[in-house]
Design a protein around this ligand. Structure first.
Ligand SMILES: NC(=O)c1ccc[n+]([C@@H]2O[C@H](COP(=O)([O-])OP(=O)(O)OC[C@H]3O[C@@H](n4cnc5c(N)ncnc54)[C@H](OP(=O)(O)O)[C@@H]3O)[C@@H](O)[C@H]2O)c1
Length: 419
């Protein structure tokens, strides 16, 4: 039985993680929220109190200030707070320092995004091999449970792949992960999570096709899909974290990721990129002063968590999976629908943060109970998906499965470069 949770990062996702931990503190124990800016942690605690979400009032809920790039400070914080589970929802730059602190203290580690270095974008596949997987043996030697990418995508979509392999198919041919936000925040332009990390995703498109890595240009391949509930939406072939582990762990010919963008989003993004404003490379603005344009853009755009109060509409994230079962062709769409306004009503958050923040708490509960305390480093598809999917349903993220859905048939995708 593991107990006491340290949440690193007090952004939009950290907000949801903290609410859901508080709602399950009878299992999880004391909760500490730590971030670079302590006031942000305290604002989350106020929101939890406002919603009366602290289930067991005898357990502690408190904040700390920490620089998550500093391993000794993190080690001290884990010891001081007696945290046996660390949920890292800070910016992806801090992943390896938080993981190192967990390896040193023996605490369970979880994150929701692949590690990033500030000066590198869209690293060559499989990206996990450059950072996380280099620490796999040390986790196994020390019996440290490290669950990588346990948000929604990556995260729940990986568990659906494992479920498809377990229950729905003898052989999987293709997996297409489709992520669409059919909601509206009413602003001229905003990203739904950290703009800096969001824009860095759209530099290169790495995809797993016919068991090879294929490189394509950003936003160059577009499809329309008639989604359940939210209807017809355009989606674009996009590189994404989960492909870097699913390509290793799933026996499938092709695994692709598609993200929905409106025409307006593509236009604004294209202008910003053409002007150089999405670049992470510093430019000289005056004598002796250099700044990365992307940092300026992040400072100017709305804070994603500020979008929550007025957000309306729904998200649909799903896996279209094609293969065979009992020698017959089978197609399924396994998906979740999440409503922005309902998320706000429940935890004062929008659906993107909600879908990313609930899964790590479900995982923490499974680890606390021992079901997922695997004492090694894993990606989500390597774990038993059943208890996770069941728990998510009771925590606000139900899974639906459609047999014979509207078919999804992408064109042949040629590579600009082979690996
Ligand atoms: N898998 C999924 O489905 C999914 C979906 C969305 C997001 N994500 C991931 O979830 C994570 C959080 O996203 P978000 O939208 O919540 O981002 P966010 O709003 O930008 O929050 C990030 C938090 O990290 C903190 N932070 C950054 N550097 C730090 C440091 N050195 N020390 C301590 N704290 C630090 C920031 O603190 P300050 O505010 O004080 O600067 C901020 O509170 C990201 O890694 C994102 O990629 C995953």
């Amino acid at each position: 039985m593991r107990k006491n949770v340290l949440i690193v990062g007090a952004g939009g996702v950290g907000h949801v993680v903290a609410h859901k931990c508080a709602m399950n503190n009878n299992v999880l124990g004391d909760i500490c929220i730590a971030s670079r800016t302590q006031q942000k942690c305290d604002a989350i605690i106020e929101s939890i109190r406002r919603k009366n979400h602290l289930k067991d009032e005898t357990k502690k809920l408190y904040s700390r200030k920490v620089d998550a790039m500093n391993i000794p400070s993190l080690v001290q914080l884990i010891k001081d707070t007696q945290s046996e589970i660390v949920i890292n929802v800070g910016q992806a730059y801090v992943n390896m320092s938080v993981l190192e602190a967990c390896i040193e203290t023996g605490a369970v580690y979880m994150d929701t995004a692949i590690h990033e270095e500030p000066d590198k974008v869209c690293e060559n596949p499989p990206w996990y091999a450059n950072y996380e997987w280099k620490r796999r043996e040390r986790c196994a030697e020390k019996g440290v449970t490290a669950i990588l990418g346990i948000g929604f995508d990556p995260g729940v979509v990986n568990a659906w792949c494992a479920l498809a392999q377990q229950d729905y198919f003898d052989h999987i041919d293709t997996i297409d992960i489709l992520d669409v936000n059919a909601g509206s925040h009413g602003k001229f332009f905003a990203t739904n999570f950290d703009p800096e990390i969001n824009f860095r995703e759209f530099r290169k498109v790495w995809t797993w096709i016919d068991r090879k890595w294929v490189l394509q240009k950003v936003h160059s391949i577009k499809m329309d899909y008639d989604f359940p509930v939210v209807g017809n939406c355009p989606v674009y072939l996009t590189g994404h974290d989960e492909l870097h582990s699913l390509s290793k762990n799933m026996d499938a010919h092709s695994i692709r990721f598609w993200m929905g963008f409106s025409e307006h989003y593509i236009n604004v993004f294209t202008v910003l990129t053409k002007l150089g404003l999405t670049s992470e490379k510093p430019v000289k603005v005056t004598e002796g002063v250099e700044i990365a344009p992307l940092k300026v853009l992040k400072a100017l755009l709305p804070d994603p968590s500020s979008l929550a109060p007025g957000y309306v509409g729904k998200t649909c994230i799903g896996n279209f999976i094609r293969g065979t079962k009992d020698n017959k062709k089978r197609e399924i769409f396994i998906y979740n629908i999440c409503d922005h306004a309902e998320c706000y009503q429940e935890v004062e958050s929008q659906a993107i943060s909600y879908t990313a923040g609930v899964p790590p708490v479900a995982a923490a509960i499974l680890v606390a109970r021992g079901e997922w305390d695997v004492k090694q480093m894993v990606n989500v598809e390597e774990l038993n998906p059943q208890p996770f999917i069941k728990l998510l349903t009771s925590m606000g993220l139900p899974t639906e499965v459609l047999e014979n859905p509207v078919t999804f048939e992408p064109p042949v995708i040629e590579s600009l470069e082979s690996v």
